[in-house]
Design a protein around this ligand. Structure first.
Ligand code: OGA
Ligand code: NI
Length: 365
């Protein structure tokens, strides 16, 4: 196997905080015993470290099967629950969703096989631009992140056109089926969420041109870390689409911010964790806010998560629904951009303070 690190010892000695070329954290931890290299040291903000353990305050659970086959009363109950979940929390658990546990397990196993490929085989899929349809790599983006992230990733565009690496064997078929099934869940949710906002059922679907919506299938791979409290998997951020679905391999590490405190999220097998993302915030004119979340690492076991980002079509201008931005107390609160423009701006690291029109409301990510 190729070494994970091609050491340029001269540069490294002269500048100890500058990372050598690392192809993956996985290969780095497998290659040697070490304490955490300095370029992985992440400075946690101590004011930002409150962890909530209030047992009364738990993430809402939505039984999606009732939206499809429940009585009219049951349906309106779930729509009401969605309204509360999206406005109070910005996230919820979905049960009875029809994505089989065996399919999710097969997807996780297939991603594991991908990450287990020799480094030089994975390098073939290293894209360079955010819009590259298949991109794998490890966490370093000096313009956005202050430290190297303790995670490797693979991201594929799954819709409107499906892309996937041609190895490992069977990956493509499983990824296609998994992406389709999850998109169906989001289609049902977006109808109910439209209604929960007092809009017609197909409102979001039409306004976001969801038929041609961008779906990203991404896996994050967080190897066990020798000094987990000094590193970070993914720092606090907001997802950019409409809704993100997350599952993981049973190892926890995800936290969401709720009422200024971090909550540990334990995703049970057979449950989909759903997060409100920026474009639902824009369409709802801020009634539903995207949720801040982050991934911590641990020293016991490798964590793997799969995140499916479901967004508008890239060339549709997204603006607040006129019904929700129609008077002086509720003027439109967001800039109008196509999803593509939004993503390109986000790459510069400057978007967060710009996308809300009233910058006092802007959140630091
Ligand atoms: C992401 C993300 C969290 C996790 O991929 O955007 O927030 O639990 N992942 O891996
Ligand atoms: Ni995220």
């Amino acid at each position: 196997m190729a070494s994970a690190i091609s050491l340029d010892t001269k540069t490294l000695k002269a500048s100890p905080v500058y990372p050598p070329k690392i192809t993956s954290v996985k290969a780095l931890v497998e290659s040697t015993d070490f304490s955490l290299p300095s370029f992985y040291t992440f400075t946690h903000n101590l004011h930002d470290e409150l962890i909530s353990d209030d047992p009364e305050d738990s993430i809402p659970i939505i039984d999606i099967s009732l939206l499809v086959s429940g009585t009219p009363e049951e349906q309106s109950q779930v729509i009401h629950q969605l309204n509360k979940a999206c406005s109070d929390w910005g996230c919820f658990m979905v049960i009875n969703h029809g994505v089989s546990e065996s399919l999710t397990k097969a997807m996780i196993a297939s991603f594991q096989e991908f990450f287990d490929l020799p480094e030089e085989e994975k390098e073939e899929f290293q894209g360079s631009h955010v819009m590259d349809p298949i991109r794998c790599g490890t966490g370093f983006n000096p313009s956005i992140n202050k430290a190297n992230l303790w995670r490797d990733f693979l991201k594929c565009v799954a819709h409107p056109e499906f892309h996937s690496p041609n190895k490992p064997a069977g990956f493509s078929e499983i990824a296609l089926e998994f992406s389709k099934r999850n998109r169906e869940v989001v289609t049902v949710l977006l109808k109910a969420i439209s209604k929960s906002l007092g809009l017609e059922e197909s409102y979001i679907n039409k306004a976001a041109n969801f038929e041609l919506g961008l779906q990203l299938l991404a896996a994050n791979y967080y190897p066990a870390c020798p000094e987990p409290e000094k590193a970070i998997g993914i720092p606090s951020h907001y997802d950019h689409g409409l809704l993100t679905i997350l599952v993981n391999n049973g190892v926890s590490g995800l936290q969401v911010k709720h009422k200024e405190k971090w909550f540990n999220v334990n995703i049970h097998p057979n449950t989909l964790f759903v997060q409100v993302a920026d474009h639902l915030e824009i369409l709802s004119n801020g009634k539903y806010k995207s949720i801040a979340h982050r991934a911590l690492v641990n020293n016991r076991a490798t964590r793997m998560s799969i995140a499916l980002a479901h967004g508008p079509s890239l060339d549709t201008v997204i603006r607040p629904a006129p019904e929700l931005a129609d008077n002086e107390s509720h003027p439109p609160a967001y800039v109008e951009l196509t999803y593509r423009e939004f993503l390109e701006l986000q790459q510069t690291g400057k978007l967060r303070s710009k996308f809300r029109l009233n910058s006092e409301q802007s959140k630091a990510s």
